[in-house]
Design a protein around this ligand. Structure first.
Ligand code: CP3
Length: 343
C-alpha cells in the first residue's frame, strides 16, 4: 500500500495523500450525524465513529484512513474533566497549575478506559482491511499539557510558561505522566489495528528552541522510543516548528509532518534524507479555485522531487468552510501529477 511504502521510504507508483481532519464538518454527511449527536458522543459510539472515519474515503481516493477520535479523549479517565463549549473550543473544567493539581492526575489503562477507541479501530480495520491503511493518533505531551494547564484555547500560553519557568519540576512531572499515557495509548491502538500512528504536537510552535530542547524533546523521544518497533511507523507532526527542525528531527520518528511555513525541500534537508516527510500544502489553499490548487500542489511535489518517502498532506487540518469538490480536486491532482512525474 502506497502510504505504508512511502512511510518506509520505499518507491511508489504515485504519491500517497491523506488529509489531517479529513473527517469533519466540511462534509454534509458528517453534519447530518453531528446535528443529532455531540462530538464526544460521536467519538464514544464505535459504530458512529467508524462510519464517520469512512465518510471521506467514500468520496475521495485517499491513501489512508485516520480513526475518528480526539487528542483530548485520554484526559477524562486521567481525572481531567473537559467539555466542548457551544462555540466549539475545548474547556478543561479544573486546569492543572500546581504540584498538588498534578498529584490528582492519574495514569490510565487505555485498553479498558479508552476501549471505545479500540473498538472503533477494530471496526474500521475490518471494513477497509487490505485496501486502505488505518492511522491511529494521540496528542503529544506538550500539546496536551498546554490544554490542561491553560484550560482551553489561548493566545500566548501564559499559564503554560508560568508553570514551566516557576516550577519546572512540576511541569516535567506532568509531561512525564502525559508521555506515559501517550505511549500506552498508541501501543494499544497498534494492537487494536492501527497500521501507523501520528503524534500531534500542534502547539510547540510557540516555544523557542531552548525550551523545546529542554522541556519537550526528551518526552517526545520517550514516546517514540516506546512505540517504534511495533510494526507501525511513527509520524511526528510538530506544527509551527519549522524554525527548529534540527531539534525536531532528534525525536527519532519514521515520518515527520511538516507545516506549510517552510519549503518541503528545505525541511527535508534539515530532517535528514533517511526519514520520510509528510506535508505540506497550506490548508487554506483549498479555498481557492482548482487552478490555484493545482499550482501549489505542483510546487509541493516539485520540492519533494520524486524522492521516495513523501506522503502528501496539508500543513495543518482541513477547516469546516472548505468545499468538498476542492478536496476531490486536490487528491486527484496529487495522484495525477506525481504519477506523471515518474513516467
Ligand atoms: O483527522 C481526522 O479526520 C481525525 C479526527 C481528529 C479530530 N481531532 C476530530 C475533531 C483528529 C486527528 C483531531 C486531532 C486534534 N484535536 C488536534 C490536533 C490536530 C490539530 O488540529 O492541531 C487538536 C488540537 C484537537 C483538539 C480539538 N478538537 C479542538 C481544538 C477542537 C475544536 C475546534 C474545532 O475544529 O471544532 C476539537 C473538536 C474536533 N475534533 C472536531 C473534529 C471533527 C469538530 C467537532 C465538531 O463536529 O464540532
Amino acid at each position: 500500500m502506497r502510504f505504508l511504502d512511502a512511510c518506509a521510504c520505499r518507491p511508489v507508483d504515485a504519491t500517497p495523500v491523506w488529509l489531517m481532519r479529513q473527517a469533519g464538518r466540511y462534509l454534509p454527511e458528517y453534519r447530518a450525524i453531528r446535528d443529532k449527536l455531540s462530538f464526544i458522543e460521536m467519538c464514544k459510539r464505535p459504530d458512529v465513529a467508524c462510519e464517520v472515519t469512512l465518510q471521506p474515503l467514500r468520496r475521495f481516493e485517499l491513501d489512508a484512513a485516520i480513526v475518528f477520535a480526539d487528542i483530548l479523549l485520554p484526559l477524562e479517565p486521567m481525572g481531567i474533566g473537559f467539555h466542548f463549549a457551544p462555540e466549539g473550543g475545548p474547556v478543561i473544567e479544573r486546569p492543572i497549575r500546581s504540584g498538588r493539581d498534578v498529584k490528582g492526575v492519574r495514569a490510565i489503562d487505555p485498553r479498558t478506559e479508552l476501549d471505545y477507541v479500540m473498538q472503533t479501530l477494530r471496526l474500521v480495520r475490518r471494513e477497509i482491511d487490505g485496501k486502505t491503511p488505518l492511522i491511529g493518533f494521540a496528542g503529544a505531551p506538550y500539546t496536551l499539557a498546554s490544554y490542561v494547564i491553560e484550560g482551553g484555547h489561548t493566545r500566548d500560553y501564559a499559564h503554560v510558561k508560568t508553570l514551566m519557568f516557576d516550577d519546572p519540576t512540576t511541569f516535567d512531572r506532568l509531561m512525564e505522566l502525559l508521555a506515559e499515557v501517550c505511549a500506552g495509548y498508541l501501543l494499544a491502538q497498534i494492537e487494536a489495528g492501527a497500521q501507523a500512528v501520528q503524534l500531534f504536537d500542534s502547539w510547540v510552535g510557540w516555544l523557542g528552541p531552548y525550551d523545546y530542547e529542554r522541556h519537550v524533546l526528551p518526552h517526545v523521544r520517550y514516546v517514540v522510543d516506546q512505540v517504534r518497533g511495533h510494526g507501525a511507523p511513527v509520524i511526528y507532526f510538530a506544527n509551527g516548528a519549522s524554525g527548529m527542525l534540527d531539534l525536531v528531527s532528534r525525536v527519532g520518528a519514521d515520518v515527520y509532518g511538516v507545516d506549510w511555513r517552510i519549503g518541503l525541500d528545505r525541511a527535508w534537508e534539515q530532517l535528514g534524507a533517511d526519514v520520510a516527510v509528510q506535508g505540506n500544502l497550506d490548508p487554506l489553499t483549498l479555498l481557492g479555485p482548482p487552478a490555484a490548487i493545482e499550482e501549489r500542489v505542483t510546487d509541493v511535489l516539485r520540492r519533494a522531487g520524486g524522492r521516495p518517502g513523501h506522503v502528501f498532506n496539508l500543513g495543518h487540518g482541513l477547516v469546516p468552510q472548505i468545499d468538498p469538490d476542492n478536496v476531490r480536486y486536490l487528491v486527484d491532482a496529487v495522484h495525477r501529477l506525481s504519477a506523471g512525474a515518474r513516467d
